[in-house]
Design a binder for this molecule. Structure first.
Ligand code: NAP
Length: 316
């Protein structure tokens, strides 16, 4: 299939490492250029211009971002605000000026209002302020929606906005403070097995419900949006199936081989009781994220266990 030249920023990151092989298989390696900050520092508008003028993309998939977990967002909200604002601004401006026809931009579900009602549909995006802790990141990323609209009006550049839910999978960030819930639990249960510990303590009551999406499923929907001539406003890309944190911890304990006890530290906050995403829009396009949580976790944990001790293979 030919989509012209496809350029991927943030290709060395979690989603990028799932997406690039999908693009290679679908469009051929010769038509896909993938970059990290080592190739072009997109915080610098001159280097961003250089990337666009040297590569002349037909489709620019902009994944480069600074993303992190709750404690990271709490400790350095200004970094998340600043970096994501500049990355979004530089890439949209230079892409449009450089004649890029189509942009695909990803943002997170945390950009939805804190008071959004689950299942959260795309129509709730502008109904209120995001959760205060990650608001710097969430609002900076949300400006991509505004940018898409502005650059369409002034330059005719088409933008599709994808909103992956809570992604998990191989190549995720397993750092102790920067990770999201699934990689954090996988690391803790795996290390508890290695250290022969009898107990793993998990924050909260385990009762909150979330929906999770395997990153390979998110990557697999991109060709539809690359090939389709239309542009799409925010589209949730998630599984549409939910699990409680307790169910999740129990599956992870089983799959890592942890035989001890799970203790729930109820002195720690639970966060929202339920936060799940509506996926009707995705399904109306004939797309779905079909990997069950158990199958996705099995693949992820097998990969994690096989790579844990290899220097630099896992982001720990
Ligand atoms: N992770 C999630 O659960 C999740 C959920 C929903 C949406 N998203 C969105 O999906 C996209 C990808 O997220 P991710 O989790 O894959 O991110 P990630 O693993 O943190 O990777 C970030 C990528 O951005 C690149 N980057 C950072 N600063 C850069 C700079 N100054 N110049 C050029 N490249 C730079 C990094 O390159 P280096 O490797 O060189 O640093 C890396 O390739 C983001 O837009 C994010 O908002 C993520």
């Amino acid at each position: 299939m030919s989509a012209g030249k496809i350029v991927v920023t943030g290709a060395s990151g979690f989603l990028g490492r799932h997406l690039v092989p999908v693009l290679h298989n679908t469009y051929g390696k010769e038509n896909v250029l993938s970059f990290s900050s080592r190739d072009y520092d997109l915080m610098d508008i001159r280097q961003t211009e250089k990337m666009v003028s040297e590569t002349k993309p037909d489709v620019l998939i902009h994944l480069a971002a600074l993303s992190g977990g709750i404690s990271d967002n709490r400790e350095r909200p200004a970094d998340f605000y600043f970096k994501n604002t500049i990355l979004t601004a530089n890439v949209f401006e230079t892409a449009a000026r450089g004649g890029v026809k189509k942009m695909i931009y990803t943002m997170g579900g945390c950009s939805y209002p804190n008071k959004a009602v689950s299942p959260i549909g795309e129509d709730q995006m502008w109904n209120g302020f995001p959760n205060e802790i990650s608001a710097g990141y969430a609002c900076a990323k949300k400006m991509g929606i505004v940018a898409g609209d502005c650059y369409k009006k002034q330059y005719g550049m088409k933008t599709t906005i994808l909103v992956p839910g809570n992604m998990y999978g191989e190549y995720d960030n397993y750092h102790l403070t920067a990770s999201h819930v699934i990689p954090g639990l996988i690391r803790r249960f795996h290390e508890a097995c290695l250290k022969k510990e009898n107990t793993v303590t998990v924050w909260g009551s385990g009762k909150p419900e979330r929906d999770f999406v395997y990153a390979g499923d998110v990557a697999a929907v991109f060709p539809f949006f690359i090939d389709n001539d239309n542009e799409f406003g925010p589209v949730n890309v998630s599984s549409g199936t939910n699990a409680t944190i307790k169910e999740l911890a129990e599956i992870i304990a089983e799959l890592t081989g942890f035989m001890g006890k799970i203790e729930w530290d109820t002195s720690k906050p639970d966060g929202q009781k339920i936060k799940i995403f509506k996926v009707e829009k995705l399904r109306s396009l004939g797309l779905r994220c079909p990997t069950s949580i158990r199958d996705g976790l099995k693949k992820t944990i097998d990969w994690f266990a096989a790579n844990y001790s290899k220097k630099g293979a896992v982001r720990l």
